[in-house]
Design a protein around this ligand. Structure first.
Ligand SMILES: NC(=O)c1ccc[n+]([C@@H]2O[C@H](COP(=O)([O-])OP(=O)(O)OC[C@H]3O[C@@H](n4cnc5c(N)ncnc54)[C@H](O)[C@@H]3O)[C@@H](O)[C@H]2O)c1
Ligand SMILES: O=c1ccn([C@@H]2O[C@H](COP(=O)(O)OP(=O)(O)O[C@H]3O[C@H](CO)[C@@H](O)[C@H](O)[C@H]3O)[C@@H](O)[C@H]2O)c(=O)[nH]1
Length: 448
C-alpha cells in the first residue's frame, strides 16, 4: 500500500482496543486490507482464542479472514497497553458501552478505563480514535483525560469515528462501508484517518468530515432512526390487529414508495440486540441531561411499542392453546436477536421464551448458533439438540428468529412431529397460505 501520512510517508500502524464483535472484526479486516494491526483486550481468554485463530463469536466469513490475517503476520493480539502504545500510530477504542444497571444511561466506564490505560503509556505523537457508541460529549471528556494523562501531552489527539456495521454482515460492512464519519479537531487527525481507511476511500466509500460531537451524534441518530422505522411499522401492526387489517400488505404497499423504502420496515417481534435498544435509551437519557429531552421524547414511545410486540407474541400463543399456558409444550424456534448471529443481548426471542416459561408453559428452544449463549443466560429453559427434536410433541410452535432453516422446513414435515398444528410466526417468515393448507392454525403479529 502506498499512503502518505505525517508518520514519514508510511502506513500508520493500528491498534484496536477491545476485541469483541466490533473490535475483532475491525482488527481482522484492517489486517486483511494490508495494515499492521495489534488487537488489545483485558480478557486474556479472548486474546488467547483470537491468537489461536478462533473467532469467539459467530460471524459469517470472519474465521477465514482471521486465518488469513494471522498467516500474513500482520495481525497480533496482546493484553499489554504498554505494547500497544509502543506499537501503534492510530489507536481505535472499541470497548463496550452497555446499558447501566438500573438506568437508561450508557455505561462509559470501559471507554474511560481503556483510554486512561493507553494514555498512560503514550509518549510519542499518536491519534486515539473512539469507535464505541457513546453519549454526546464523551469525546470532550476523553480529550481532557488524554491531555492530563499522556506523557506526550498535546502530541496526542483524539478523533471520533463511529461504526455502523451490522452483525451478520460485519465483514461486508467493514470492508465496504456505506459511509465513513470522521469527527476531528485538526487537519492532521483527518489525514491520519484518511490514511487509516485508504482502501475503503479508494473504492468509493464517501467520507463525512465533521467535529467530534457531531460524529458522536450521527451514530445515535442513525440507530434511533432505524429503531423508529421498525417501531413505526409495528405500531401499524397494532392498529391492524384491532381493526382486522393486514400489516404485511400495508408494509409492502408503503415500501413501493421510494421515499419510504422497504428496508427496516419488516413488522414482527421488533428489534433487540446489543445496539438499538440500549442506544435509543442512552440517547434519550443523555438528551434529558443536556436539556433537550423533549426533542427525542418520541424514543420512549419507540421503545414501548417495541416491548409491546413481545407481550403480544406471548398472548398469541396463549390464545392458540386455548387461553391457559400451564403445562403446554411450546417449541420456540430461535434465540439469537436476529439470524446469522449468536448474539442474545436483549434478544426478543429469549424474552418471549422466558415469559412463556414464567406463564407455566414447558418451553423448548432451538437455535442453529446461539444455543450455548442462551443456555448460559437462561438455564431455566429447555433446549433441543435439533429442530425436529425441539418440535416433537409441541402443543404450539412459535418462530422467533427467522433463520433460513426454519423458513425452509415444509409444513407437512413439521406437522408430522408436533402434537398440534398451531404456529405463531413472530417474524412474518412463513407463507400463511401454505401452512394453513397443510392444516395449521397460523397466527402472525398484525395479520388477521
Ligand atoms: N456489535 C456491533 O455490531 C456494533 C456495531 C457498531 C458499534 N458498536 C459499538 O461498539 C462498542 C463495542 O461493542 P461490541 O458489540 O463489540 O461489545 P463486546 O462486548 O462484544 O466487546 C467489548 C470488548 O471490550 C473489552 N474490554 C472491556 N474493557 C476493556 C478495557 N478497559 N480495555 C480493553 N478491552 C476492554 C471486553 O473484554 C470485550 O472483549 C459498543 O459501544 C457498541 O455500541 C457495536
Ligand atoms: O425491518 C426490520 C429490521 C430489523 N429488525 C430487528 O432489528 C434488530 C436489529 O437489526 P440490525 O440493525 O440488522 O442489527 P444490528 O447488528 O444490531 O445493527 C444495528 O446496530 C449496530 C450497532 O450500533 C449498527 O452499527 C447497525 O448499523 C444497526 O443496523 C434485530 O432484532 C432485527 O430482528 C426488525 O424487527 N425489522
Amino acid at each position: 500500500m502506498n499512503m502518505e501520512s505525517t508518520f514519514g510517508e508510511v502506513t500508520p500502524r493500528l491498534t484496536v482496543i477491545g476485541t469483541g464483535y466490533l473490535g475483532a472484526t475491525h482488527a481482522i479486516c484492517m489486517a486483511v486490507q494490508g495494515y499492521e494491526v495489534l488487537g488489545v483486550d483485558v480478557d486474556q481468554s479472548k486474546i488467547d482464542r483470537l491468537t489461536a485463530g478462533e473467532v469467539p463469536f459467530f460471524e459469517p466469513g470472519l474465521p477465514e479472514l482471521l486465518t488469513k490475517a494471522l498467516t500474513s503476520g500482520r495481525l497480533r493480539f496482546t493484553t499489554s497497553f504498554a505494547e500497544a502504545a509502543e506499537f501503534g500510530d492510530v489507536h481505535f477504542i472499541c470497548v463496550g458501552t452497555p446499558q447501566m444497571a438500573g438506568s437508561h444511561a450508557a455505561n462509559v466506564s470501559y471507554v474511560f478505563d481503556a483510554t486512561r490505560e493507553l494514555a498512560r503509556h503514550l509518549n510519542r505523537r499518536a491519534l486515539v480514535v473512539g469507535k464505541s457508541t457513546v453519549p454526546v460529549g464523551t469525546a470532550a471528556d476523553l480529550a481532557e483525560l488524554i491531555a492530563t494523562t499522556a506523557p506526550a501531552g498535546s502530541e496526542i489527539e483524539l478523533a471520533w469515528n463511529p461504526e455502523f456495521l451490522r452483525e451478520g454482515f460485519a465483514v461486508e460492512d467493514t470492508m465496504n462501508p456505506d459511509r465513513l464519519v470522521f469527527g476531528v479537531a485538526s487537519a492532521w487527525a483527518e489525514e491520519q484517518l484518511r490514511a487509516s481507511f485508504a482502501p475503503m476511500i479508494e473504492q468509493g466509500s464517501p467520507v463525512v468530515v465533521t467535529d467530534r460531537m457531531t460524529a458522536e451524534l450521527v451514530k445515535v441518530a442513525a440507530n434511533s432512526f432505524l429503531a423508529t422505522k421498525i417501531s413505526y411499522i409495528n405500531a401499524m401492526a397494532e392498529v391492524c390487529e384491532t381493526i382486522g387489517a393486514d400489516v404485511q400488505d400495508l408494509a409492502t404497499a408503503l415500501a413501493y414508495d421510494s421515499r419510504i423504502g422497504g428496508k427496516f420496515l419488516k413488522p414482527g417481534l421488533g428489534f433487540g440486540g446489543g445496539c438499538l435498544p440500549k442506544d435509543i435509551r442512552a440517547f434519550a437519557h443523555r438528551a434529558g441531561e443536556l436539556g433537550v429531552g423533549q426533542a427525542v421524547a418520541f424514543l420512549h414511545e419507540v421503545d414501548a411499542i417495541n416491548q409491546r410486540r413481545r407481550t403480544r407474541a406471548v398472548d398469541l400463543v396463549r390464545e392458540l392453546v386455548g387461553g391457559d399456558l400451564t403445562g403446554k409444550r411450546v417449541a420456540a424456534l430461535g434465540a439469537a436477536f436476529k439470524p446469522n448471529s449468536d448474539d442474545i443481548r436483549d434478544a426478543p426471542a429469549l424474552d418471549v421464551a422466558s415469559t412463556l416459561h414464567r406463564a407455566g408453559a414447558q418451553v423448548c428452544v432451538f437455535d442453529p448458533a446461539a444455543l450455548d449463549n442462551a443456555r448460559r443466560a437462561h438455564p431455566e429453559l429447555e433446549y433441543g439438540e435439533s429442530l425436529l427434536e425441539t418440535l416433537r410433541g409441541a402443543d404450539a410452535v412459535i418462530l422467533l428468529t427467522e433463520w433460513s432453516e426454519f423458513q425452509e422446513i415444509a409444513p407437512e414435515v413439521m406437522g408430522s412431529v408436533v402434537a398440534h398444528r398451531r404456529i405463531v410466526d413472530g417474524r412474518h417468515a412463513l407463507d400463511p397460505m401454505a401452512w394453513r393448507a397443510a392444516g395449521w392454525e397460523y397466527r402472525a403479529l398484525g395479520r388477521p
